[in-house]
Design a protein around this ligand. Structure first.
Ligand SMILES: NC(=O)c1ccc[n+]([C@@H]2O[C@H](COP(=O)([O-])OP(=O)(O)OC[C@H]3O[C@@H](n4cnc5c(N)ncnc54)[C@H](O)[C@@H]3O)[C@@H](O)[C@H]2O)c1
Length: 368
């Protein structure tokens, strides 16, 4: 059993306001004997004072590299690209286990520094389900962004920058206002509808008033026949919410879109799954992640054809930062309480084993 502590680092990705530890979960950890360090951060949705009030020790912004290597560093998103070696134990999403662009160089930093990565995406319960995930709010926010892009397109404009909402109701009210009654005509298709993101997307579409018959919900059974799928071209908004594990036929292709010409109803694609740089991306009609500042990218639809906007934002839940953080952190808490016993606690033992496998693969690729 090692020391009970966590160091909550600041997030460096622009617009990322969420936190892996909230004042609520930090308080419970402290009551259980943990020491919690929190980097001061203006960007985070929670004020520094909220952490201080529950007994956290505030430290300087982005000062974790100088922390003792005995203290595990917890954050959400990947660290900024760099060649510097990593010698701490990091708990975070690193997006480097599925051959994403630059995956081996990220792991090489851990290899060189002797640190350890516990990737939040791969902390699973006994049934193989993620112990904590942001999926529900990602799907909810992605569907909202899709409906906003649709509304903008129908009024001859382009969706402008997105700002985090104070809460879910504010988001629903805003989307409904922008649709100005069009919601009764909107038809959507969600693939991966039985998962976390998919359920969130369905929930948003219901809350903004779509007819239930106009919310098509697909999962493994419906895609088993293999894409590309004409059915996607026949709705207004397509939301991809699958968890990609293997190579599958594409759901949608550029060729299919171009040859449909004017017969295409589809006007917005929201790729919540965001496997943008994954060679097996089932929606290979775009190649960049979009941002809150520039939420849509135009698909190449061929000259004279109606527009098709793609949203591929990889941090959608931050549109609802407070609720998304509270839910994620509460779901993660039981595992965090076990972290000092990580050499024996199953969830952490499995995560470390996976890390070591990926590290070995990266070492080969990088000739380390
Ligand atoms: N863009 C973002 O901000 C954001 C945030 C959170 C999660 N995500 C991503 O969203 C994806 C889904 O996450 P989740 O938590 O909802 O996963 P999940 O496991 O809860 O759900 C995935 C669903 O996809 C279905 N599925 C898998 N392959 C399929 C296929 N070929 N055809 C049809 N359905 C299929 C599964 O049956 C399941 O119901 C992940 O890739 C995750 O990384 C993105």
């Amino acid at each position: 059993m090692s020391d009970k502590s966590f160091w909550l680092r600041c997030e460096k990705k622009p617009f990322e306001r969420r936190a892996a530890l909230t004042p609520t979960t930090a308080r419970i950890l402290i009551e259980s004997g943990f020491k919690i360090y929190v980097e001061r951060d203006q960007q985070r949705i929670f004020d520094d004072s909220e952490y201080e009030a529950v007994g956290c020790k505030l430290v300087e912004n982005n000062s974790w590299p100088s922390a003792s290597t005995d203290i595990p560093i917890i954050g959400l998103k990947e660290l900024p690209a760099s060649d510097s070696s990593l010698s701490h134990t990091h708990v975070q999403f690193a997006h480097c286990y599925k051959q994403q662009a630059g995956w081996s160089s990220v792991l090489a930093r851990f290899f060189r520094g002797g640190g350890t990565l516990y990737d939040l995406e791969f902390l699973n319960d006994v049934n193989g389900r993620r112990v904590a995930a942001f999926g529900f709010h990602a799907g909810f926010a992605g569907a909202a962004a899709g409906a906003l892009a649709y509304a903008a397109q129908k009024t001859g404009t382009k969706l402008g920058s997105l700002e985090p909402y104070s809460n879910e109701q504010a988001m629903v009210t805003d989307v409904k206002a922008k649709l100005i009654g069009r919601e009764k005509d909107v038809k959507v298709l969600i693939i991966g509808a039985l998962g976390r993101c998919g359920r969130g997307a369905v929930d948003l579409f219901r809350k903004i008033g779509l007819d239930e018959d106009n919310i098509l919900k697909w999962d493994l059974d419906e895609t088993a026949k293999g894409g590309p799928f004409q059915e996607i071209l026949d709705v207004d908004i397509f939301v991809n919410c699958i968890y990609l594990t293997t190579r599958i036929p594409p759901f949608l292709t550029q060729e299919q879109i171009q040859s449909a010409g004017n017969a295409r109803r589809l006007s917005v694609v929201v790729d919540v799954s965001c496997d943008t740089t994954n060679p097996n991306n089932p929606t290979p009609i775009y190649s960049v992640n979009t941002t809150f500042f520039e939420p849509t990218v135009a698909a190449d639809v061929g000259a004279g054809n109606p527009p098709l906007d793609v949203i591929s934002i990889d941090h959608l839940p931050t549109l609802l930062p407070r609720e998304a953080s509270e839910q994620f952190s509460a779901d993660l808490l039981p595992s965090l309480l076990e972290f000092p016993d990580r050499e024996h606690a199953r969830v952490w033992v499995d995560a470390k084993k996976l890390y070591e496998e990926k590290l070995a693969e990266a070492a080969k690729v990088e000739n380390l």
